[in-house]
Ligand binder design. Structure first.
Ligand code: SF4
Length: 309
């Protein structure tokens, strides 16, 4: 069983993305109300060597030898990956493997730290999140670890944009009624205009049900209005514009129960996605989902996706 590597998972932005989860579930600097994972059980801002980079790279090497090359090797998972003190070595190791480019999905909270920015410079692509430039809204949406300051995060992201050479795609997670008012969007627009560069903006929203049912997803029209309020010169895509599904991979299927639980821990999926990613016959998958549902391990969301209970 893989300890760190999961997928490849279907990703709207990254196509077929092989995930690497570096933090114990769930270690994060935030406890976002829109999070689709379990609540943050280990809130921290301290960088730790949760596991040995060489162990992660050995597992990655082994998984990559048994599957078709993914589009991206993506450091993400069940927490904030920049909390891993060995992130730089892991990104360096992925580059040495030479099989697929690396990508890091980060919540941006540690970008004020020079050591974090130095590690991230070794990634081929970064997807930092920024939802607001208003401290009160930041607190309301993200429920940060005490001591995290939005002004430092904004400075850190500005510094990263100045020095980073890879692909830099920002994500704005839109929570209806919280960060989509004209004042909020204007604040973001003004801040983003101060960045030296970025490649694209992705407007995401709670397409899958978040943990906090009070969070309301933006509609396609809401995201369209948000996009129009930003600078028309920026490349802005929305969560409603991508339908990428991964191609079936050539690999030995994992035991169905474990495969389903491992994947749903990191990424809610439709039955179709599970079938393709895990390379399972439809009947085996249906039986497994039924059994896990009966045991109360997984639940079906109103949009047809499965996630951990
Ligand atoms: S959405 Fe990301 S940053 Fe927010 S709590 Fe979940 S894992 Fe942490």
């Amino acid at each position: 069983m893989s300890r760190f590597v999961f997928g490849p998972v279907p990703s709207r932005r990254l196509g077929q993305s092989l995930g690497v989860d570096l933090t114990p579930t769930k270690t994060c600097t935030l406890d976002c109300r829109y999070c689709q994972l379990v609540p943050t059980s280990h809130p921290t801002t301290e960088r730790t060597m949760f596991c040995s980079p060489e162990e992660v790279l050995a597992e990655l090497r082994q998984v990559l030898s048994s599957i078709a090359a993914p589009d991206w090797i993506t450091i993400s998972g069940t927490g904030e990956p920049t909390l891993h003190a060995g992130l730089g070595r892991i990104l360096e190791g992925i580059r040495e493997l030479g099989i697929a480019p690396s990508c890091v999905i980060t919540n941006s909270t540690l970008l004020d730290r020079p050591d974090v920015r130095a590690d991230l410079r070794l990634a081929d692509r970064l997807l930092p999140t920024l939802c607001t430039v208003q401290p009160a809204t930041f607190e309301r949406i993200h429920r940060p670890v005490p001591g995290l300051r939005l002004d430092r995060i904004l400075d850190g992201l500005r510094e990263l944009a100045r020095s980073y050479q890879g692909i830099l795609d920002l994500e704005i997670f839109v929570c209806k009624g919280l960060n989509d008012t004209p004042e909020e969007i204007e604040g973001l627009r003004r801040y983003l205009a101060t960045l030296a560069r970025f490649d694209a903006i992705y407007l995401n929203t709670a397409i899958r049900p978040p943990r906090d049912p009070a969070i309301v997803a933006a509609t396609p029209e809401d995201l369209e209005a948000f996009r129009r309020a930003l600078d028309p010169r920026w490349r802005v895509t929305t969560a409603f514009e991508h339908t990428a599904l991964p191609r079936r991979v050539d690999r030995t299927p994992p035991p169905p129960r474990q495969g389903v639980l491992d994947l749903l821990l990191r990424h809610p999926c439709t039955p179709e996605q599970l079938e393709r990613v895990l390379n399972l016959p439809a009947t085996t998958l249906a039986d497994t989902l039924h059994a896990l549902e009966q045991e109360g391990r997984i639940v079906r969301c109103p949009d047809g996706q499965w996630r951990l209970a």
